[in-house]
Design a protein around this ligand. Structure first.
Ligand code: NAP
Ligand code: ZN
Ligand code: ZN
Length: 351
């Protein structure tokens, strides 16, 4: 198979603290492939979990990045959905089996034999692992490439490909809409999208943050009420008041404290993915017939639906645009919750 050398930004081993410029290879577009010049790539906390092997599954070298927008520079002979010059986007998945019950239902994120993630998955074309969006270009089967609405700011669109779909999908699954009282926990990349999307769906949104500095912003993002979660008095006022909670926290935290804010039959869906176990007290669930659930990104068709929903409601991410030379510092700031509200890399800085 023909390959191209491409510049990327990643890390060669778990011992290396810092990401740096790496040389990787991409296949040249085969019949169903779209080659995309990457313009912007968001920084998801999952990039940091993976680069530092916090989930104990990283194979090095790793090039993170799964919030990709760019322009099509080449297409394979059988590609129908895209032409050269189109805007295009890639999220967390670049392939799946397409045959299992979940793929057939458009739930590729739960593909039974396992999907191919944008980075750190076996690469069936070149061997080794897939490399993500902190790079000049990417080649992806057209069925896993999304169309980018023309009316949205491009850099602010990149985070929709993970933070957007990961919050949109559970809000839809648990039927959030007018009349719902929804809690969003943790205002980082995911949380701030959760606020905007839940509000656009018509819900009453209560935001829970550990950061005093984010309380004013939360209202600007669309929150109806903001609670400082470190203050037990503020927390107790919300006991048994919410229908649904979207938990976007990246670290160990007290789940019981949030379960107790749910009404009878309420559900808490975890999208945050800390490695540590999260203990739950039986009575937090039993006494309110409550559910403690989880959700993983979203399917390909649902991701396009989310992009179109964002286009219709003029929703993008609030971003801080950085160059690749600021990625390591951005990771340190993520660990402190110091993000308003998504770092996006201007990929032109890699040239
Ligand atoms: P992020 O931007 O770093 O935001 C995480 C937020 O969690 C912080 O801004 C902070 O919000 C809060 N937080 C952090 N440490 C905390 C602590 N010790 N106690 C309480 N709150 C804390 O991260 P992200 O990119 O949104 O990702 C969030 C999590 O979702 C990560 O674990 C990521 O891997 C995971 N994720 C899951 C999926 C999925 O499909 N399920 C997809 C993407 C990402 P406040 O300052 O407001 O408290
Ligand atoms: Zn992500
Ligand atoms: Zn499948």
């Amino acid at each position: 198979m023909e390959v191209k050398n491409v510049k990327a930004f990643g890390t060669a081993s778990a011992e290396e603290e810092e990401l740096k410029t790496l040389a990787i290879q991409r296949r040249t577009a085969t019949a169903h492939d779209v080659e995309i010049e990457i313009l912007y790539c968001g920084i998801c906390h999952s990039d940091l979990h993976s680069a530092r092997n916090e989930w104990h599954n990283t194979i090095y070298p790793i090039v993170p990045g799964h919030e990709i927008v760019g322009r099509v520079t080449n297409i394979g002979g059988h590609v129908k959905k895209f032409k050269v010059g189109d805007l295009a986007a890639v999220g967390c998945m670049v392939d799946s089996c397409r045959e299992c019950e979940y793929c057939k239902e458009g739930l590729e994120q739960f593909c039974d034999p396992g999907n191919t993630l944008t980075f750190n998955s076996p690469d069936k074309y070149l061997g080794g692992q897939t490399y993500g969006g902190y790079s000049q270009s990417i080649v992806v089967d057209e069925n896993y490439v999304l169309s980018v609405p023309e009316n949205l700011d491009l850099a602010g669109t990149a985070p929709l490909l993970c933070a957007g779909i990961t919050t949109y999908s559970p809000l839809r699954h648990w039927k959030v809409g007018p009349g719902s009282k929804v809690g969003v926990v943790g205002i980082g990349g995911l949380g701030h999208m959760g606020i905007k999307l839940a509000k656009a769906m018509g819900a009453h949104v209560v935001v829970f943050t550990t950061s005093v500095s984010k309380t004013e912003d939360a209202k600007r993002l669309g929150a109806d009420e903001v609670v400082l979660s470190t203050d037990p008095d503020q927390m107790s006022k919300y006991a048994k008041s919410l229908n649904f909670i979207l938990d976007c926290v990246s670290a160990q935290h007290n789940i019981d404290a949030y379960l107790n804010l749910l009404k009878v039959d309420g559900a808490l869906a975890l999208v945050g993915a800390p490695m540590e176990p999260l203990p739950v007290t039986s009575f937090s669930l039993i006494l309110g017939r409550r559910s403690f659930a989880g959700s993983n990104i979203g399917g390909i068709a649902e991701t396009q639906e989310m992009l179109d929903f964002c286009a219709a409601h003029n929703i993008t991410s609030d971003i801080e645009l950085i160059g690749v030379d600021q990625v390591n510092e951005a990771y340190e700031r993520l660990l402190k919750g110091d993000v308003k509200y998504r770092f996006v890399i201007d990929m032109a800085s890699l040239k």
